[in-house]
Unconditional design. Structure first.
Length: 84
C-alpha cells in the first residue's frame, strides 16, 4: 500500500495558515473580481450601440439596466469559478 505524501502549498493563497494571510488573500481576490466586473461592463458598453451609461443613468432605460446587470453577474460567476 502506497502512502501519499502531504503536498505543501506553493503560495500563501493555496493554504493560508493565519487569519492575516486569509484576509489578504480575500482582499486580493475581491479586488481582482471587482476590476474584472468593471472591465466586463466596459467591454459590453463598447459592443452595444449607443452609450450604455447614458441609457441607464440619464434615460432610465430599465431594459438596458437589466441587460448590463445580467452581463455583470455572468462575468462575476465566471471570475468566481476561475478563482475558486
Amino acid at each position: 500500500m502506497f502512502l501519499l505524501a502531504q503536498q505543501q502549498p506553493t503560495h500563501i493563497w493555496d493554504d493560508p495558515q493565519t487569519f492575516g494571510m486569509a484576509v489578504l488573500a480575500t482582499l486580493i481576490f475581491a479586488v481582482i473580481g471587482i476590476v474584472m466586473a468593471i472591465l466586463g461592463f466596459k467591454v459590453l458598453d463598447k459592443l452595444t450601440p449607443g452609450n450604455l451609461d447614458e441609457e441607464i443613468l440619464q434615460k432610465q432605460n430599465v431594459a438596458a439596466a437589466i441587460l448590463a446587470g445580467a452581463f455583470i453577474l455572468g462575468v462575476c460567476i465566471i471570475v468566481a469559478a476561475a478563482i475558486h
